[in-house]
Design a protein around this ligand. Structure first.
Ligand code: TRP
Length: 330
């Protein structure tokens, strides 16, 4: 059965390999199977990045990278949050039923209070309310969220339930998390520690050029090599093999595994192979990023069409919401 699936995308950062083999893979599968809404959450970025200079540039980059990596405006509704004024109206209405106490208890808020104590704005406090408005305005069944967003989705569910009860309506279904976590390969970073992220020395971006990718991979953390046959791999080496397994052919992986097991492996060769195979995946995407990024007409067409579709859905919801709240015309 086709379900409505919605996901918001942060308008900061660059898409890296971990995103590509993680959330993005799922978006690409979902857009073919469900009725999907994907949007760039640019308003949310104002809670932490209040500078107008790079506001548009960030949206432009993130949208371009997701389109280049495979989000398809022919299949999904792809739009920019700030193009949908209906979201702002629903945000106002939901703020009336969100309690200060529950918002103050949100982990992301407490974290931000610590990180930017000189800018604890009301937008930070009500970040989950804006997110609830993003979601509920399209009345989706499913919202794909990572671990860090689970609490926000829980607040969304609470607000949906509370709204329905207070205004005696059933306008909002309670969305559930689209959990793809368990089947996913966790893409490790290059620093020998945890998963791939955006930090320096850890991540490979889809927009990186060939030279940068080689340089990053050659610098990946390794050790001095196996000292006994068939010994267990320490984490940094395991990580390199995990990456290899994702981007390289099975015989290539088998070759290096055998070399590790009989202690003839040369990490330089391993890394060179890994860098080449990563490039095979990412360089075509990088080329599309450059092509799409330079095509203002295409980006305008995509965002205008996405906004029109999203606003139609949003207006239908808002009509019922206004009625429930008691807003009427004379
Ligand atoms: N807060 C999400 C993040 O930081 C982005 C987001 C905003 C979102 N609105 C959303 C995600 C609605 C899912 C649904 O990743």
């Amino acid at each position: 059965m086709k379900e409505i699936v919605l996901s918001g995308i942060r308008s900061t950062g660059h898409l890296h390999l971990g995103n590509y083999f993680g959330a993005l893979r799922n978006f690409i599968t979902m857009q073919a199977e469900h009725r999907c809404y994907f949007f760039i959450a640019d308003l949310h970025s104002l809670t932490t990045h209040p500078k107008p200079d790079d506001f548009h540039g960030n949206v432009h980059r993130v949208l371009t990278e997701y389109l280049a990596a495979g989000l398809d405006p022919e299949m999904a509704t792809i739009f920019v949050q700030s193009d949908i004024p209906e979201v702002a109206e629903l945000y106002v209405l939901l703020n009336m039923i969100a309690y200060k106490g529950e918002l103050e208890r949100t982990a992301s808020f407490k974290d931000k209070v610590r990180k930017q104590e000189d800018n604890v704005n009301a937008g930070l406090l009500t970040y989950p309310v804006l997110m609830a408005a993003d979601i509920l305005i399209h009345r989706p069944a499913k919202v794909p969220v990572g671990k860090d967003q689970e609490q926000h989705l829980e607040i969304t569910r609470t607000l949906a339930r509370r709204f329905n009860r207070l205004y005696d309506t059933d306008v909002f279904p309670e969305p559930t998390a689209f959990n793809f976590g368990s089947e996913l390969v966790k893409i490790p970073g290059l620093d020998g520690a945890g998963k791939m992220g955006k930090s320096e020395g850890n991540g490979i971006f889809l927009a990186d050029d060939e030279k940068t990718i080689h340089k990053k991979v050659m610098r990946a953390v390794t050790d001095s090599g196996p000292t006994a046959p068939n010994s267990e791999m320490p984490d940094p080496i395991k990580n390199i093999f995990t990456l290899l397994q994702v981007v390289s052919a099975p015989d290539v992986v088998a070759h290096f595994r055998a070399a590790y097991n009989n202690c003839t492996i040369r990490y330089g060769d391993l890394k060179k192979q890994l860098a080449e195979d990563i490039c095979k995946v990412t360089l075509p995407i990088r080329a599309r990023i450059q092509e799409i990024g330079a095509d203002a007409g295409y980006l305008r067409k995509v965002t205008q069409r996405g906004a029109a579709q999203a606003r139609e859905s949003a207006q239908a919801t808002l009509k019922e919401v206004r009625k429930a709240v008691g807003i009427r015309e004379f």
